[in-house]
Design a protein around this ligand. Structure first.
Ligand code: NA7
Length: 536
């Protein structure tokens, strides 16, 4: 195809058409900016476009995990279930795109290859994988914290004869597991959601587990119209109250402001039971120190292990399914019948914690010299989280600084929003922000609004360039680290730490400070004229 004579230029280029990219595009247009989105997929939805494995479902209630920026939108959209499934979430993303007329601003099937900062022009020059080029003043990475699937480099996997699926890159046509011998590798959130459904279809299911998962029951079901009515009658304030909650959700059931260590065993059990019956993340708020005090945490961990023992009939399987690490240190899974699945006669659990998967052959895999045979493989092995997508790009800032060099020891940033040496680049819900620790839609709306206000401030003051000050960046790294140290999150090998990817630098990436404190901090920075940033 003939290239245009001049490189097209926009005010803002947004990478990704998930919830972050959609709202950023809408907001930028409302400000009168000439903005466009590039998206590698053929349609909108991001996470909910790609993670379409059977059982994929949000783990925060849909009335909370949804946009609040438009009153008419939040009133008119009707969720059918307490926790929406992937198809409904994808319909919602499509509805948002149509309702706000966003599709004509999105270039689908267009994958970013890289972008370089042109210092003379004060612009980013971005290339797609197909060689198209755009110039933009502002580059917004809305590419998601969990968007690069982790495909472990198992020896011989390429020689396996059967189909191989990854939960984060699931085919669009239904996969029929009927009559199949299926293997699932991984027991994180995705596996916990899909295993009960695959088990119903497969002739045999073998689950390869490296670390046992803590899962709390979702108690999913049809959304109660009376409850929906109550929330919607006061939706604006309901959302505002959620923004003052640590995780950006759950204002109807605030954490119990009492230490788990300050009550009797009977009282503790009663509070745990109460929250277990409610379901989801509620249990983590049964006391106020479950995620900050290892002793308190151990009491909840034992409570959940008790639930596993009373659910799983075979004691050896129950023992293998019982996690020994800190609960909540890896994200708590929210399940529908996960532990019960291991009572089925066609389901088998194989421990790979001490003896890892050695290699594949055409018909299965070997562990400790023993062959396990199956027809179909499901990799539920998660993501190269928070940095994986950015580090695959040819992204170069001032003086040709490569993002791979900048982030060699971990993802340095300021407020999660900017990176020193990468002017006019904003990152949504990335490392250094509360991101994955928050109801991520609350995190996204906050970031988009902050970026829009920041650009508005620049316009009002005749500035065209904003850049993070290196000292502020260093201070923020300490802040993020200090916040993690006040919690139990450093006590296990999670993707928050980069520990799931061999060779990845270990740095605690999300901010564990709670959304309200973080949002207040960002507001304070703005109020002080974007302290910690240099504006020109
Ligand atoms: P997760 O939570 O990262 O889970 C991935 C699982 O895959 C986990 O059990 C891993 O064990 C396992 N894994 C990864 N690599 C291997 C190898 N090489 N061998 C055996 N097992 C392996 O990803 P999910 O997709 O389930 O969920 C990600 C987030 O999405 C979740 O936190 C929610 O926020 C939504 P490990 O625990 O590392 O020992």
């Amino acid at each position: 195809m003939k290239q245009p004579a001049t490189t097209p230029s926009v005010d803002m280029l947004i990478v990704g058409a998930g919830f972050a990219g959609l709202y950023m595009l809408h907001k930028a247009r409302c400000m009168g900016l000439d903005a466009m989105v590039i998206e590698s997929a053929p349609s909108v939805g991001g996470t909910w476009y790609h993670n379409r494995y059977p059982g994929a479902r949000v783990d925060i209630q849909s009335l909370e995990y949804s946009f609040s920026f438009d009153e008419a939108l939040q009133q008119e959209w009707r969720w059918t279930e307490r926790y929406a499934g992937q198809p409904e979430l994808l319909r919602y993303a499509n509805h948002v795109a149509d309702r706000f007329g966003l599709r004509d601003g999105i270039r689908f099937d267009t994958r970013m290859r890289g972008a370089q900062f042109d210092e003379a022009a004060g612009e980013w020059v971005l290339q797609s994988e197909c060689g198209e080029t755009w110039r933009t003043r502002f580059l917004v990475m809305a590419s998601g914290p969990l968007s690069s699937p982790n495909r472990p480099d198992f020896p011989g996997l390429g020689g396996f004869d059967g189909p191989v699926f990854h939960t984060a890159d699931w085919p669009h046509e239904p996969v029929d597991f009927g009559g199949q011998r299926v293997a699932v590798i991984g027991t994180g959130s995705s596996a916990v959601q899909t295993i009960p459904i695959i088990a119903q279809q497969a002739r045999e299911l073998t689950v390869f587990q490296r670390t046992a998962a803590y899962a709390a029951p979702a108690r999913n079901g049809p959304l109660d119209p009376a409850f929906e009515g109550r929330v919607k009658a006061d939706y604006k304030n309901f959302r505002a109250r959620n923004r003052r909650m640590h995780g950006g959700f759950g204002n109807l059931l605030p954490p119990n402001p009492v230490s788990a260590l300050a009550v009797s065993a009977a009282e503790r059990e009663a509070r745990f039971e109460e929250r277990w019956r409610i379901g989801g993340f509620a249990i983590l708020g049964a006391f106020n120190d479950l995620l900050t005090n290892l002793q308190a945490n151990a009491l909840l961990a034992e409570f959940v292990r008790g639930k596993i023992r009373s659910t799983v009939h075979d004691p050896a399987t129950a023992a293998l399914l019982s996690p020994t690490h800190t609960i909540g240190c890896k994200r708590l899974c929210v399940d529908s019948g996960y532990y019960e699945t291991f009572n089925l006669p066609n389901v088998r659990l194989v421990d790979v914690s001490t003896q890892p998967i050695e290699r594949f052959d055409a018909r299965g895999l070997f562990i400790g010299g023993r062959h396990h045979e199956f027809d179909t493989l499901v990799l539920a092995t998660g993501f190269d989280a928070m940095t994986g997508t950015m580090l695959r790009l040819d992204l170069r800032g001032r003086g040709g600084l490569r993002i791979q060099d900048k982030w060699q020891a971990g993802p340095l940033n300021y407020l999660g929003l900017g990176i020193a040496g990468f002017p006019n680049l904003f990152n949504i819900a990335g490392p250094g922000s509360t991101s994955a620790f928050t109801n991520v839609i609350v995190a996204i709306e906050h970031h988009v609004d902050w970026i829009a206000d920041c650009i508005g401030h620049m316009q009002a003051h005749g500035k065209t360039l904003i850049e993070v000050d290196e000292r502020a960046e260093a201070g923020w790294a300490e802040h993020v680290n200090a916040a993690a140290k006040r919690t139990v999150f450093l006590s296990c090998n999670s993707w928050y730490l980069g520990a799931n990817i061999p060779g990845k630098p270990r740095m605690f990436m999300p901010l564990a400070d709670g959304f309200p404190r973080y949002a207040d901090h960002c507001a304070e920075v703005a109020r002080k004229g974007y302290e910690g940033f240099v504006l020109r």
